[in-house]
Write a protein that binds this ligand. Structure first.
Ligand code: SF4
Ligand code: SF4
Length: 318
């Protein structure tokens, strides 16, 4: 049984949008989200929700039981939460290592989702979504929330976590939240010169074009944004053909590999301020052995277990 303020006969929590946003970010860190951003639902941003979401003039959202979900026509915000994936596990090519990083992050995502819903309910507010079933497009919401930029591989690329997280969890609420804004950390520009994920993709699902475009030429590719259109059918066919949980595009991304070293902070600054150096930085990434598929002889199962960060989450990333 989870209680609401109403159950105790007390008023719900009241705070300014800024106070509420700060409180949720702190709660998110404890409940399993590495970071959060907030997007207000408007006529424009509602287009990023999936087609089974409907709006009606009702006080509370409800499930009509026909496969759709009704949200109330009132001010609503989307809590966008980054769920980190194990960088430690990504350093091995063992298929079960990548699979474990991937599925453990999904599992933590669902646990976080349940917790944040209980948290919102305890404050006296509505909540909808949040589990990995998803209510909308996670990458565009992540971009709108300022959590990263849309990268060549069709994955959100964050300045802090690279591509090493498993989805941006989306939760709709009527708790007023200060909106966060999209960022420009030079990542989109860097992708033009980098292409490492495309070069290393075994199914050729990631385009090699220098420039992004306004639409994929396949019927299953979402249209309407300027970017690179990954071919999910090629990716999935490859994985169903026997290489499950291929995560090469994540493992080799230079942003995923950067660590706490000062040099990498300087590189991040250079990428955002001096894009003419991007090609040189991409070459440096090769020279230093970053962004290469790890050696198949390196096994995750033969290390001292106490050397593994808890949940396999690297402290510099999560
Ligand atoms: S998961 Fe593997 S096959 Fe799919 S896009 Fe990434 S690198 Fe290519
Ligand atoms: S590997 Fe390079 S091209 Fe691909 S998403 Fe990362 S930065 Fe962009």
């Amino acid at each position: 049984m989870f209680y609401t303020p109403e159950d105790f006969g007390v008023p719900r929590h009241e705070g300014t949008p800024e106070e509420n946003a700060r409180m949720l970010r702190v709660a998110g860190r404890v409940l399993g989200a590495a970071d959060m951003g907030f997007v207000k639902l408007t006529d424009k941003t509602k287009k990023l929700l999936y087609g089974n979401i409907r709006f009606e003039d009702v006080e509370k959202g409800y499930d009509p039981g026909d496969g759709t979900f009704v949200l109330p026509n009132k001010d609503l915000w989307v809590i966008c939460a980054v769920i980190p994936q194990s960088l430690w596990m990504a350093q091995f090519t063992d298929r079960m290592s990548w699979a474990a990083a991937n599925t453990a992050a999904y599992s933590r995502a669902n646990i976080y989702s349940n917790r944040i819903n209980v948290f919102l309910r305890g404050l006296g507010y509505q909540y909808y979504g949040g589990d990995t079933g998803a209510i909308g497009r996670s990458v565009p919401f992540g971009v709108m929330a300022g959590l990263g930029e849309a990268g060549r591989a069709g994955i959100l690329v964050s300045p802090q976590w690279g591509t090493n997280f498993r989805t941006v969890m989306l939760t709709v609420t009527d708790l007023p939240l200060a909106e966060s804004k999209p960022i420009d950390a030079g990542i989109f520009e860097f992708c033009k010169a980098c292409k490492k994920c495309a070069e290393m993709c075994p199914s050729e699902a990631i385009p090699m074009d220098d420039e992004p475009s306004w639409g994929g030429d396949k019927s299953w590719q979402a249209k309407g944004y300027k970017g690179w259109y990954q071919d999910a059918k090629k990716c999935y066919s490859y994985m169903l053909g026997g290489d499950p949980d291929c995560s090469r595009c994540q493992a080799v991304c230079p942003f995923t590999k950067f660590d706490e070293a000062v040099m990498h902070d300087l590189i991040r600054i250079s990428i955002s301020k001096a894009p003419m150096l991007n090609e040189a930085i991409r070459k440096m990434d090769d020279v230093f052995g970053y962004g290469q598929e790890p050696s198949p002889t390196k096994s995750p199962w033969e290390v001292n277990h106490l050397d593994i960060p808890l949940f396999g989450l690297d402290k510099s990333r999560s």
